[in-house]
Design a protein around this ligand. Sequence first.
Ligand code: NAD
Length: 502
Amino acid sequence: MTDQPRFEIPIRPPARVTGWAGDRATPGGGPELPVHYPATGAQISVLVEDDAASVGLAVRAARRAFDQGPWPSLSTAERISLLERCGKIIRDHADELARLECAATGLLLRELKERHMLRAAYNFRFFADYISQRAGERYDQTPGYLTTVVREPVGVAALIAPWNAPVALATMKIAAALAFGNTCVLKPSEQTPLALARLVALLQEVLPEGVLNLVNGRGPVTGAALVAHPGVDLVSFTGGTETGRMIMSAAGQRLVPCTMELGGKSANVIFASADFERALDGALLGIFSNNGQQCLAGSRILVERAIFDDFIERFIARAKNIRVGDPTDPATEIGPLASLPHMSRVLGFAETARADGGRVLTGGTRRDDLGAGYFVHPTAVTVPSNAARTAQDEIFGPFATFLPFESAEEAATIANDTAFGLVSYVWSDHLPTVMQMTEALRSGVVWVNTPMMRELRAPFGGFKNSGVGREGGAACEAFYTEEKTVTMPKTPPPLRRLGLGE
Ligand code: NAD
């Protein structure tokens, strides 16, 4: 092991991470849980788990800030100014936040700085702009009466985030919840609490007390206590489908509205009529970006039979050439997976593919030369049919499953033959084929001739087991506000009079 690389931790994180209830650290009450650097496996910090009582303090702080504080009734101009300051804080601390995020997730530092943190800052800027443009509704069809519809904040939002892009995903929720006047309690993944804990501490410097609170800990303990707390008015969740089911059942007991951004098994459909090189670049990005750990990964690559062998050959050559290693090195293209159990699960799918009659084309093994970190070879398999488990299960790693198709109809049938429906990708320069596919595909987003390209004004979310509800401009406005209809006569007309005995 002595000649193996020792990857430096990108930053020295705090020794202990705690939550926040208003302007105080939460007491925790639960065990201390280790946080590891995925590039070495070394423990680098601990988080103090918040038990139900500790969660209660955070919810009560958010409740007070909503029920008694100024936040819900701030003027739009004041709220815009605070949201813009939040965005600026993220830009000013982008390097530090990216390093903390890298230390807990193993995501590429360069990507974190250049994409995730800028996106996080932009989430605040976007919602500041959005609320500056909000239009009202006014109806006067009923003669003599005026009806207006106002949108009011809902209350205390529980925001539950996953480990695969913590700051980028959580800031979408925080910015949206705050923009529409709600207060929040954020629960990051217990695996990746570092950057979000620092971010909450930074944002608390400009936000009124209790507007943004933080709890840490495992899902079934801290997360479950948060969802079940009677002071919570809505739940925004991003994570796995099975967790989503549990959270929605628990929230349903109290009729609390939820949005669910869940898993995916998205089809990347490549026609012979596509620009071959561009589709190849897109397919590699689609499955290997973010260390392969993304909900919108194009993890089932469906290729038209006429170009199937050529495409796979070129894909494998490029996959073998990908630089796997130190996430802080700007030249690295794939870093470590997020945790040891996750790496074992991902690698287990190579055996699953073989058991289902498939062939491992490349990868399927650990990078033993990179020390104790959770590094794997980028992996690609072919399977005999879409029924194979590697074509149906979300693997959530750098693991592509290839299948051939003969026609657009067959491609759409295979693409739709899954429990998920988050996104789809279509690669073709033949317009009728593109139109046919965009109509046939059962997913919340269809990207044509491009890898993922998020437009924040447009809704993002999944069909089927990939989600309930959407995130994005108007979708967030609908979720984070209650509509109130107010009707009044312009000049009070006479009313029908009861009980006069006439
Ligand atoms: P996960 O479901 O294991 O955990 C997500 C969050 O839920 C964590 O904070 C966890 O602690 C919490 N949690 C777990 N059990 C809970 C419970 N009973 N009550 C309350 N909270 C609970 O997911 P993960 O492994 O962190 O993330 C990976 C998953 O997230 C993948 O399935 C991926 O597709 C999905 N994801 C979806 C999107 C999207 O936008 N659709 C984006 C990113 C990730």
